[in-house]
Write a protein that binds this ligand. Structure first.
Ligand code: HEC
Ligand code: HEC
Ligand code: HEC
Ligand code: HEC
Length: 171
């Protein structure tokens, strides 16, 4: 009886080891190539991100950083970051960038370029002292209603002339 029990316990332990080794193996196999594979190429188009604007527009940057736009991505739960259904209005970039970058966007939140458009050319021009060429286009109501519309599940009524000043209140 005790011998039988001991034998079956040994057999059981063997099964447990086999199962745990088997369970661990796929993890080891799938994580190994990830570290050795070259980093995927991320295409950011002509977008550069808010930090690149801060250099010359520090007041606008600080004011923007105090708005909810600067934290909009953090409002999404992990499951809501799958696909583009939610992130398309909570990150910055083109539809193609948003589709390609998915849950790990290069530019999370509603950054400067979400309203002013991609800024690479403006920065190159400004660096040479040219502030006329590649000036960001003026914002219009459509700049905002691209996101502030009733396809948003949290839509609240939007009034452009009353709200545009909230984008960054520079003192
Ligand atoms: C190298 C300095 C520099 C950087 C970096 C820079 N800008 Fe500018 N920006 C300027 C200058 C200079 C002007 C012109 C200011 C003026 O005429 O009063 C300007 C003007 C603007 C304007 C006003 C345009 C208008 O017609 O009134 C906007 C909007 C703007 N920048 C947005 C951005 C954004 C967004 C970024 C980041 C993507 C950025 N800038 C990065 C220097 C810079
Ligand atoms: C939510 C949209 C939005 C975001 C995000 C945003 N802006 Fe603006 N920005 C505006 C609007 C709207 C105006 C024009 C304000 C007006 O007409 O009263 C403006 C104007 C400007 C101007 C022209 C000067 C002025 O105050 O009118 C500069 C420079 C500027 N923004 C830079 C930036 C920078 C830099 C960032 C990021 C740190 C940024 N903006 C983020 C909407 C935005
Ligand atoms: C790329 C999408 C997008 C664009 C473009 C956009 N918004 Fe928003 N906006 C959002 C999201 C998302 C929130 C909610 C952020 C949160 O609650 O975390 C928001 C919140 C706001 C709020 C309330 C947040 C606060 O800081 O109190 C105001 C006001 C607002 N937006 C104004 C504007 C205006 C004005 C424009 C255009 C000049 C604009 N937005 C353009 C996505 C956008
Ligand atoms: C069409 C653009 C758009 C889409 C798509 C969108 N949002 Fe938003 N979201 C906004 C805007 C704009 C706001 C700010 C509220 C407003 O003024 O409409 C916002 C605000 C929010 C907020 C904070 C506001 C609050 O009520 O506390 C959360 C959380 C949020 N959205 C979650 C989501 C989720 C989850 C999805 C996907 C199921 C989603 N959003 C899809 C534009 C969008």
């Amino acid at each position: 009886m005790t011998v039988l029990l001991r034998k079956s316990m040994v057999a059981l332990a063997g099964v447990v080891i086999v199962i745990s080794v088997a369970a661990r193996q796929p993890v080891a196999q799938s994580s190994a190539p990830a570290t050795s594979a070259p980093a995927p190429v991320v295409d950011n188009g002509d977008y550069v991100g808010a930090d690149a604007c801060k250099v010359c527009h520090e007041k606008h940057y600080e004011a923007w950083a105090a708005t909810k736009h600067s934290r909009a991505f953090s409002k999404l739960q992990a499951s809501e970051r799958e696909g583009s259904a939610c992130i398309r209005c909570h990150v910055t970039g083109t539809d193609a960038m948003i589709a390609a970058q998915g849950a790990t966007p290069s530019f999370p939140n509603v950054q400067c370029e979400g309203c002013h458009g991609p800024g690479a050319a403006h920065i190159e021009a400004a660096k040479t002292g040219d502030t006329v060429t590649d000036r960001p286009k003026p914002t219009t109501e459509a700049t905002c209603t691209r996101c502030h519309n009733d396809t948003s599940p949290r839509y609240k009524p939007f009034f452009y002339s009353a709200m545009k000043g909230l984008s960054h209140q520079v003192k």
